[in-house]
Structure formats: structure tokens, C-alpha cells
Design a protein around this ligand. Structure first.
Ligand SMILES: NC(=O)c1ccc[n+]([C@@H]2O[C@H](COP(=O)([O-])OP(=O)(O)OC[C@H]3O[C@@H](n4cnc5c(N)ncnc54)[C@H](O)[C@@H]3O)[C@@H](O)[C@H]2O)c1
Length: 346
């Protein structure tokens, strides 16, 4: 039954990001998951139903194939969209951009993910940076995992008046774990062919004031990304001032090598031990004890769980587009509480 107080959310594409978004929507007191649409008929579609969500086929042929596979299908994407206030498109890169016209024709608010270009929505979103400019808009794009982490961390330094310019090297995971049988590199490192890599300019699509350059290399593992940053600060600062700047973000968690969190796998194991769904690390996990300040220069490294970091941003983007919550910190607090996001991971 429809709860008129709640924002009705449709998720199109139930893959790595879509399944996490759907689960996160279902946890929000002010949202209702209208349903999930996809094209597959295998175990992934069965999981939609097992998780208690309504399943829709992207088109009639997909709904028919799902029915033939014995799945309880509620209809097509078109019908799902009729039951939603906002649609989150989590289909693979470049497919989402083709759906934009369908959403526009229905005057439906829509969110795209980082695989799409800024121009597809004209707005790129990271909650702690520019929530207010997404209020009541038709659409936004939640930027990629790497870009989200860059904007979160640099925004924290900027807020404290410490940021002059930032230069980062990104070690990017080769593929997503569940797709390791299909792609991914082994026994090599593959540099991105261009400097800057696209993530720096992408961060500027959220905040044009950021002076940021990135370089990237693909590495043979699937757990998460690892970033190394060198920042020119506006002035000499103490290490504790810098740590306090990062603490102003509710989505940056300071971790210590000294606590045994010595590598990406140990942090993932910590998330598993905490009982997070899919071992999700929603926060940027930044090594506080490793961080170094040298006069007006700052050096640090952090981990980005590419599969999880954009989930809280997507939830906040739903609230911003709907206009239901005007204040960024109010939305962020609600999302953080529902997902168990904390600045201390232990
Ligand atoms: N995987 C990541 O680490 C990651 C991180 C941040 C952002 N993103 C972005 O999120 C978006 C989704 O990526 P993903 O990794 O979840 O992809 P994915 O391939 O894991 O999932 C895509 C899902 O969409 C379904 N699909 C394919 N065509 C469809 C169609 N026409 N209609 C409906 N469903 C369709 C697929 O069956 C699959 O379930 C992309 O823009 C990507 O760049 C991905």
C-alpha cells in the first residue's frame, strides 16, 4: 500500500550498485522502494524477490522471459515508473543515458551514476559539497566512487581553509569481485593512458574551485581502490589541525595502521565483522597515523570501497531531488543513522 508521506523510489538495474541502493532505500524511514527493474532471469533476479522487493522487467520481452523462468514479475519498467517519485538508474555505463528521455517524458525525477557524463543531467552530486544546489532539480548524477572520495576529503580540507591544491595517485581495483571470472588483470599494472586521469576534472564538475590533478593505475586486485595524496596547504599547519579538518566529515573514518588495519583486506574484514551488508565500507577510510605534515605540505592515503561509497550519496540525492529535506546535514544524518555510518570504524 502507498504511504503518501514517503518518497517512492524505483531502482533500474539491480547490479553491484543497484542492489546496494535498493537495500539502502528499504532502510530509510522516509522512503519506500517501489520496485526494481532488470533484464536478467538468473539467480540475480531471484534475489530481488527473496529480498522482498517487487521485480519488473526492463521491457515486455524481459518481463516475459522472467515469467518463463518462474519469477513473480510485477510488470515492466514503464509500470514501475508510474509508481515512483524518483528513479535511480543503476544500469551499466552508457545505458542509463539512453533512459533519460523515458524519464523526462514522464516528468520523473532521476538519478544517474558515475558511469554517465555530467552533461547527461547538468549536475553532479556529493552530499557534503553541493546538496543544496540539487534541491528540487529534475536530475543529478552521483559521481563515481573515486570522485566521491576526492570531493569528500578535499571539501573537508577546504572547509578548514587549508586547501590550496591537491595532487593524487589512484590505484584502481581491476574489476568487481563477483565479475572476476569475466575480466580483470593479473600480474601486471596498467597505467591510465592520460595525465590527468578523468577523476580530477570529474571532481571539478561538483566543485569547480578545486585545484586537483589525478593520475591513475589499474592494479591486479578486486577489493577496493587506494589513493595517495600530496596537498599544498594554504599555510603551515599541525597534524592535529589536519586530522580535525577530516573529522568534520561524517563520512571520513580515520583508521590506524597501529590498530592492525594495515591493508585493504583487513579493513574489509573489519566491515564483515561489523556485520555490514556486503561488507560495505561507506566511509573513506583514511590512515591517521600514516598522515604526514611537512610545513605547508600534507601527505596521506586512504581506501575507497568502490562498491559502497556512492550508496549514501545516492540516498541523499533522492532526498535533495524530492525537495523533502532542505538541509544537507539533516539528510546526511538520517542516511548515516539508517546505514550505520560512523567516523570510528571500531
Ligand atoms: N561497480 C562499481 O564499483 C561502481 C562504483 C561507482 C559507480 N558505478 C557506476 O554505477 C553504474 C552501475 O554500475 P554497476 O557496477 O552496478 O553495473 P553492473 O553491471 O554491476 O549492474 C548493472 C545492472 O543493470 C542491469 N541491466 C543491464 N541493462 C539493463 C537495461 N537496459 N535495463 C535495466 N537493467 C539493465 C544488469 O543486468 C545489471 O544487473 C555505472 O554507471 C557505474 O559506472 C559503479
Amino acid at each position: 500500500m502507498r504511504d503518501t508521506q514517503k518518497i517512492r523510489v524505483a531502482v533500474n538495474g539491480y547490479g553491484v550498485i543497484g542492489k546496494r541502493v535498493a537495500a539502502a532505500v528499504a532502510l530509510q524511514a522516509d522512503m519506500q522502494l517501489a520496485g526494481v527493474s532488470d533484464v536478467v532471469t538468473d539467480w540475480r533476479a531471484h534475489m530481488v524477490i527473496r529480498n522482498g522487493f517487487s521485480l519488473f522487467g526492463a521491457a515486455t520481452e524481459h518481463a516475459d522471459a522472467m515469467r518463463a523462468a518462474g519469477l513473480d514479475v510485477k510488470g515492466t519498467l514503464d509500470e514501475l515508473l508510474g509508481q515512483a517519485d524518483v528513479v535511480v538508474d543503476c544500469t551499466p555505463k552508457r545505458i542509463a543515458a539512453q533512459n533519460v528521455e523515458v524519464y523526462r517524458r514522464r516528468s520523473l525525477k532521476f538519478i544517474l551514476q558515475g558511469g554517465e557524463k555530467h552533461s547527461a543531467t547538468g549536475h553532479s552530486f556529493v552530499a557534503e559539497s553541493n546538496y543544496s544546489s540539487a534541491l528540487d532539480r529534475e536530475a543529478t548524477r552521483v559521481v563515481s566512487c573515486n570522485t566521491t572520495s576526492i570531493v569528500r576529503t578535499l571539501t573537508a580540507l577546504k572547509r578548514a581553509g587549508l586547501l590550496l591544491r591537491a595532487r593524487g595517485t589512484l590505484l584502481r581495483r581491476a574489476t568487481d569481485p563477483w565479475e572476476s571470472h569475466e575480466s580483470g588483470i593479473m600480474n601486471t599494472l596498467v597505467p591510465e593512458p592520460e595525465i590527468p586521469s578523468h577523476q580530477g576534472p570529474d571532481a571539478q564538475s561538483v566543485d569547480p574551485e578545486l585545484d586537483v590533478v589525478t593520475m591513475a593505475v589499474k592494479v591486479p586486485e578486486t577489493l577496493a581502490h587506494l589513493h595517495y595524496w600530496s596537498v599544498q596547504m594554504t599555510r603551515q599547519a599541525r597534524k592535529d589541525e589536519v586530522l580535525d579538518a577530516f573529522r568534520t566529515s561524517s563520512r571520513i573514518a580515520l583508521i590506524d595502521i597501529g590498530d592492525g588495519l594495515v591493508a585493504l583486506n583487513t579493513v574489509k574484514e573489519l566491515m564483515a565483522d561489523r556485520g555490514r551488508p556486503h561488507d560495505n565500507l561507506y566511509e573513506v577510510a583514511l590512515w591517521g597515523d600514516m598522515l604526514r605534515v611537512q610545513g605547508d605540505e600534507l601527505f596521506y592515503a586512504y581506501m575507497v570501497d568502490n562498491q559502497a561509497i556512492v550508496i549514501p550519496e545516492t540516498i541523499d540525492a533522492v532526498r535533495a531531488l524530492s525537495g523533502a529535506v532542505k538541509d544537507a546535514s539533516e539528510s546526511i544524518t538520517r542516511t548515516n543513522a539508517a546505514l550505520g555510518i560512523e567516523t570510528s570504524l571500531m
